[in-house]
Design a protein around this ligand. Structure first.
Ligand SMILES: [Zn+2]
Ligand SMILES: [Zn+2]
Length: 107
C-alpha cells in the first residue's frame, strides 16, 4: 500500500484543487490512509454541483468562486460553492416565476 497522501503540519493536500488545506476543510473517511477524504469540502461540493450542470469557475483565490446567477445570468463571486443566485432578490424572483408558471399550467 502506498501512502501518497500525508498530513503535513495538520494540513492535507486536496487531490482536486491541489491546495494544502487544514483538516477541518476535509470530510472524514474511514477507508483512506489519512482518515480523511482526498478532496476538500469545496471540491466535494463542486462534484455535487456538476450533477446539476452548475459549475462555478475557480477565480484563483482559495475559496472564492465565480458563478453565473440562475436568474439574471450575471456572474458573481461567492465563498459559497453551491450558491445559485447572486442576491436574495434573484432568489425570490426565480421562486416567484416558477410558482407563477405552475399556476398557469394548473388553470
Ligand atoms: Zn479541493
Ligand atoms: Zn442574479
Amino acid at each position: 500500500m502506498t501512502k501518497a497522501k500525508q498530513i503535513i503540519n495538520g494540513k492535507l493536500k486536496c487531490s482536486t484543487c491541489k491546495y494544502l488545506l487544514p483538516l477541518e476543510e476535509f470530510g472524514k473517511h474511514k477507508r483512506t490512509s489519512t482518515g480523511y477524504r482526498s478532496n476538500c469540502k469545496a471540491c466535494e461540493n463542486l462534484k455535487q454541483r456538476k450533477k446539476y450542470n452548475k459549475v462555478p469557475t475557480n477565480t484563483g483565490i482559495i475559496g472564492i468562486y465565480a458563478i453565473e446567477c440562475d436568474h439574471c445570468k450575471n456572474t458573481f463571486t461567492t465563498k459559497i460553492v453551491n450558491q445559485v443566485f447572486c442576491s436574495q432578490k434573484c432568489r425570490k424572483r426565480s421562486w416567484y416565476e416558477k410558482n407563477e408558471m405552475k399556476k398557469d399550467k394548473e388553470i
